[in-house]
Design a protein around this ligand. Structure first.
Ligand code: BG6
Length: 502
């Protein structure tokens, strides 16, 4: 599961020695922040194909030299050694073109053909859509028309960034469009959460150990809480976020993927289809929220001005580019149930928000209380249930809380925790999710990518919520920056249960 060359050895044998990676939308934020640094890290760890060319495709006028210098500057800012950076950027090329212009793809074709001493077209080609989602359809059509999905000369794959669709029908349309050009096996829909080490470890934790599975069900588990909290606001992305909101941006993909990995049955094998079949079964088992119940099961809210780390920050409505009467949600909390034998009756509480007090992604499994309490209430100080907390980030680890006797002559009981931290356990820095996913796309392993049916089923669950919100006027509840979201979210719990303090 780690990208150490020795441990990765078997998988990497499957990687072709030459490759061309074409990043469409290369002048965007994603390339600069994630793709280039991750490719560079893979290069430094000697995990990239030995003969890789990276071609950036975008509208702006730029020479290869300029592109290389810009990317080198970014990497140097991350304190990468200059010698390595210069070697790495020598792999980069720039191709100017308008996404809507068929000639741009013909020119790309000629350019690729001429690469690698005229062998370019024989190389495997990996296309990466890093453009705004509105451009996906056009690009895919043009790639098809230029013959870029034909695999007679070498494999052709396409990585599509999230968001994949904005609701069920747009996702279905996009799937139909991409499937007209590429086969499902060639399509890699990305959700970077699946590339996180701690997320991959969910399967290992559950299925490589014998002791958790017997209690991983409705008989022993009271409820599950999944939190994806961010301190960030919308980071100048108002145009994107106004159209998206946090339900589409984080719940439909990242949060649902975490839920799937917690709730799925053991797959018959650890291969792409077996794992994804089990995840789809979880999504299918999610109880549809009836239109009349949306308000009881889902809470949305928006941040208002407040302070975080002693800094006063504006509310969502004051962010640049946000409509003054916007009803885009920046916080969502919801309660879902799964209609299957393992989970019937166990609530899954999900919450995510921007400008919360802390960046933390955590899955907390709350076990049922012991059937009898021998210790009187007054001896049990701050007693909590047994909670297994899977810390996805940033303090990656796993901890189990349980009650313990307080040393001394009375019989006081207090919760304590047993902790595992990745840093202390493995002494290695965890690779960025994009490193793993880029490598997997090159190896041809789509286990950690989203299949068409998975994407559509996730949208289907949220469709009644999206429709209910669309038909509502009025303002949303607000929560001040630096607080844990709308107070209304507490009402999702029965009495005696509450959101975990993080
Ligand atoms: C992205 C969302 O998919 O995930 C962003 O578009 C969000 O809004 C980001 O900030 C969070 O990713 P991570 O890895 O920092 O938890």
């Amino acid at each position: 599961m780690n990208s150490n060359p020795l441990r990765e050895g078997m998988r990497l044998k499957r990687i072709a020695p030459s490759h061309i990676l074409i990043i469409l939308g290369v002048t965007g934020d994603l390339t600069r922040r994630k793709l280039i640094p991750s490719l560079y890290q893979l290069y430094r760890r000697r995990l990239l194909p030995t003969d890789l060319s990276i071609v950036g495709f975008a509208r702006r006028e730029k020479s290869d030299e300029q592109f290389r210098n810009e990317m080198a500057e970014e990497l140097l800012q991350l304190h990468a050694p200059e010698k390595d950076v210069l070697r790495f950027v020598a792999m980069l090329h720039y191709h100017r073109g308008d996404f809507a212009d068929p000639n741009a793809y013909r020119a790309l074709r000629e350019r690729l053909e001429s690469m690698d001493g005229g062998e370019g077209e024989r190389q495997p080609l990996l296309f990466y859509l890093a453009t705004p989602p509105s451009a996906y359809g056009t690009i895919i059509d043009h790639l098809g028309a230029a013959g870029f999905s034909d695999e007679s000369m070498g494999w052709r794959r396409i990585v599509v960034e999230k968001p994949f669709g904005v609701d069920l029908s747009s996702a279905q349309q996009l799937n139909a469009r991409v499937l007209k050009v590429f086969r499902e096996k060639q399509i890699y829909r990305i959700d970077h959460y699946l590339g996180k080490e701690t997320v991959q470890n969910l399967l290992v934790f559950r299925f490589a150990n014998g002791i958790f599975e017997p209690i991983w069900n409705r008989r022993y588990i009271d409820h599950v809480q999944i939190t994806v909290a961010e301190t960030l606001g919308i980071e100048g992305r108002a145009a994107f976020f106004e159209q998206t909101g946090i339900l589409r941006d984080i719940v439909q993909n990242h949060v649902f993927q975490l839920l799937c990995l917690v709730a799925m049955e053991p797959p018959a094998a650890v291969d792409a289809d077996a794992v994804r079949d089990e995840k789809v079964k979880v999504l299918r088992a999610l109880q549809t929220i009836a239109a009349a119940d949306v308000e009881k099961a889902v809470v949305r809210a928006q941040y208002s001005a407040g302070s975080l780390w002693n800094e006063t920050l504006p509310g969502y409505l004051q962010e640049e580019g946000v409509a003054p009467d916007s009803t885009t949600e920046t916080f969502v909390a919801m309660r879902l149930f799964l209609n299957n034998w393992r989970w019937a009756g166990v609530p899954f509480y999900l919450r995510t928000g921007k400008r919360l007090p802390k960046k933390v992604t955590e899955i907390a499994i709350f076990f049922k209380d012991a059937p009898l309490q021998f210790f009187p209430e007054e001896m049990r100080k701050d007693v909590v249930s047994n909670v297994l907390a899977l810390n996805i980030q940033p303090n990656e680890g796993i901890s189990l809380s349980f009650d313990s006797k307080v040393p001394g002559y009375d019989r006081a009981v207090r919760p304590v925790t047993m902790d595992f931290r990745y840093g202390a356990g493995f002494g290695e820095e965890l690779p960025d999710a994009y490193e793993r996913l880029l490598l997997d796309a090159m190896v041809g392993d789509s286990t950690l990518f989203i299949r068409a049916d998975e994407n559509e089923t996730a949208w289907k669950i949220l469709q009644p919520v999206l429709e209910n919100w669309m038909n509502q006027n009025g303002t949303l509840p607000h929560y001040p920056v630096g607080t844990w979201g709308a107070a209304e979210a507490q009402a999702l719990f029965p009495s005696g249960r509450r959101w975990r303090r993080l």
